[in-house]
Design a protein around this ligand. Structure first.
Ligand SMILES: CC(=O)NCC[C@H](N)C(=O)O
Length: 134
């Protein structure tokens, strides 16, 4: 069994701040845990509006707090994000993410993140980013 707290993870190199200034994410569970998926607590900063496209990952995102929306760039549909909303990117869907207020999100990735992923210019993550201790 592995037990970690958000507080201890936030105070370690598991907390990644996006260089584009849009978000930060605390990587609580990673590939090195050998479970086949990763679990992160992500904060999207208020007012941010940006493009994401996980070409090599599936992601499920559960809203804990805040208010925003997700727009599919496949069909243009817009879905509100409020506490209790889960969106599942099961088709590697390109999308816009908008935070009207700061969003606190619980995010699961398959395949698992390796540690220091930040977005490529095309909105994707690489499959093997540097580990957190790098
Ligand atoms: C919702 C989303 O994908 N935000 C970007 C950060 C990501 N959740 C991560 O933890 O790397």
């Amino acid at each position: 069994m592995i037990v970690r707290t958000l507080q201890e993870c936030e105070q370690s190199n598991r907390r990644i701040v996006s260089p584009d200034g849009n978000w930060e994410s605390t990587r609580m569970q990673l590939k090195e845990d050998q479970t086949g998926y990763a679990f992160n607590i992500t904060t999207i900063y208020a007012g941010k509006d940006f493009f994401l496209h996980y070409k090599r990952h599936f992601e499920s995102v559960y809203c804990i707090s805040g208010r925003g929306e997700i727009e599919s760039k496949v069909d243009g549909k817009v879905y509100p994000i409020t506490p209790g909303t889960l969106y599942i990117l099961d088709q590697h869907d390109p999308h816009m993410l908008r935070a009207f207020e700061e969003l606190k999100l619980a995010c699961v990735f398959n395949p698992p993140l390796t540690g220091r992923e930040v977005h490529n210019p095309d909105g994707s993550y690489d499959l093997e980013a540097a580990p957190i201790e790098a």
